[in-house]
Design a protein around this ligand. Structure first.
Ligand SMILES: Cc1ncc(COP(=O)(O)O)c(C=O)c1O
Length: 508
């Protein structure tokens, strides 16, 4: 078990002497490699038999080695045998790297972690405090668990249409309104890389007798370089999810759930929930990639981050000099809801070019084959990786400047999509009752005043604008229509064109 003290831990994922012992090993990766390549006769699943029986197109696409490593659960020497097995050791090493008490490898993304946390902490009839711009997976978790949420509004930059973190003060107010809340769920960092004051939020939550759960999906690298915010677990959070694939470099769909040594939550209940939500055939490739990514982060993370942060700073400076473009980030630290920022995000406010972020993103694609993480009306968000190749970053400023020069039409500042006050919603029934209740699809213009069965979020950023159980308002309809017209994808909507929306039959 790891050192559970939440204070006096080094600010990086290491001890005072260097990376914690054994971090340079990757026991699960090594175990599946040993099995995969030794030529064992496989009379078990999967049916492609290490690739020999696979379609030749798939073999060419993935390569034989990947198929040889696609091994199932319950193989002696990997996850069966004397404890700790390589699998158990790999999860423990992940916990050690983050100074957590327990870590679980997830093969259905951080989404699975949010679902598990809701099942464990927000059972039927209970009410938790939840940041309103949380990822859709937390609302879906409440649909699964039967819990309810008292929403806490994030700070909102109405000019740019960007939601930030919650402040400790608003969190305290929401907790005071929710006296039996077992947990408060906050997001840090946001899609835009802004980190909340997790330490103060933890104090507030703990004073109210609630666990602080941090959706750290975008911050799996936090705590591994002195210029980055510390990991929420080092700041008093009781549990975090980390979408390891997003920035740290494991394979897409792999993630981790981690808990601190805490009497505010039941690690056994979380383990049961993770098992319930897990396939009996989790992908060994995904889990091996988590083991490897953890090793790389714990051992080489600081050096890799040093290089990436320096290259990002140059790119940021050059883009900031492009007429009409302003790079935002560290300058916002200290504003409400922003206690830190992530230099692995390049957030560009393009309003003064007269173009929308959607238009600039489309032009970058068309001219330079450059794909960004997120485009909104006002901004572009570029996400860098832990070991980001530097050369594309060096090219970026040139390509960006040329693109903007061709499109430049100042004076036509784009409209903002999300109206101020868009986080004020009336919850009529719990998310589970609305999602599972008798519903009907009606034209969106007829849905105003009715109760939504759907969770609808513009994706990216995956922040729900309408939740199951909430009354549909004219503002939300206008916002979602504007998003669809601008080319955003609506996640969770039964009708992705947003011509119709599903509402409860009985609640009017
Ligand atoms: C804040 C946040 N939490 C959770 C998730 C879900 O992560 P995953 O895609 O790994 O399931 C996302 C995905 O974008 C996210 O942005």
């Amino acid at each position: 078990m790891t050192d559970s003290a939440l204070t006096d831990v080094p600010s990086r994922g290491e001890t005072a002497e260097g990376p914690p012992a054994a971090q340079p090993t990757a026991p699960y990766l090594d175990a599946i490699t040993a099995y995969g390549f030794r030529g064992s006769t496989r009379f078990h699943v999967p049916g492609h038999k290490g690739g020999a029986g696979a379609d030749s197109g798939l073999r060419n696409a993935l390569g034989e080695r990947a198929l040889e490593l696609d091994v199932p659960q319950d193989i002696e020497g990997i996850d069966v045998g004397p404890s700790p097995t390589p699998y158990e050791r790999a999860e423990q090493l992940a916990a050690d790297a983050y100074r957590a008490a327990h870590a679980w490898f997830l093969t259905n993304g951080a989404t699975q972690g949010n679902h598990a946390l809701c099942l464990a902490l927000a059972g039927p009839g209970s009410c938790v405090v939840l940041q309103r711009n949380s990822h859709a997976s937390l609302i879906d978790g409440l649909v699964l668990s039967g819990g309810q949420a008292n929403f806490v509004a994030p700070e909102y930059d109405a000019e740019r249409g960007i939601a930030h973190g919650v402040t400790p003060e608003t969190l305290a107010t929401a907790l005071a309104e929710t006296p039996h809340a077992t947990a408060a769920f906050i997001v840090s960092p946001t899609y835009y890389g802004m980190a909340a004051d997790v330490e103060a939020c933890a104090e507030v939550a703990h004073a109210a007798g609630a666990a602080l759960i941090v959706d750290n999906a975008w911050g799996a690298h936090f705590g591994f370089h002195p210029s980055l915010p510390r990991s929420p677990l080092q700041l008093g959070a009781d549990a975090i999810i980390a979408s390891t694939h997003k920035i740290v470099g494991s394979l897409t769909q792999s993630a981790m759930l981690m808990v601190a040594e805490s009497d505010r939550l039941d690690a056994g209940a979380i383990a049961r929930a993770v098992r319930l939500l897990r396939s009996t055939s989790p992908s060994a490739l995904l889990m091996a990639s988590l083991d490897a990514a953890r090793r790389q982060l714990a051992v080489h993370g600081e050096a890799l981050l040093e290089r990436t942060i320096a290259a990002a700073a140059h790119a940021r400076e050059a883009i900031d000099a492009v007429p009409g473009c302003t790079v935002i980030g560290d300058g916002l630290v200290g504003e409400p809801g922003i206690a830190g920022w992530d230099p692995l995000r390049i957030v560009i406010d393009v309003r003064a070019t007269g173009c929308t972020g959607y238009e600039v993103a489309a032009a970058l694609r068309a001219s330079y084959d450059i794909y960004v993480e997120l485009a909104t009306h006002a901004t572009l968000v570029l996400v860098l990786g832990l070991g980001q190749p530097v050369e594309p970053l060096e090219r970026l400023a040139h390509d960006f400047a040329e693109t903007v020069k061709r499109m430049w039409r100042p004076g036509e500042a784009p409209l903002l999509a999300r109206p101020a006050g868009a986080f004020e919603h009336e919850t009529v029934v719990p998310p589970r009752d609305a999602f599972l209740g008798a519903g009907e699809a009606v034209a969106v213009e007829d849905a105003v005043g009715r109760v939504s069965c759907e969770s609808i979020a513009g994706y990216p950023p995956g922040v729900p604008a309408l939740l199951p159980g909430e009354r549909v308002t004219a503002e939300v309809v206008a916002y979602l229509r504007e998003l669809t017209a601008a080319g955003a994808r609506l996640h969770g909507a039964a009708d992705p064109t947003f011509a119709t929306v599903r509402v409860l039959v009985d609640e009017r």
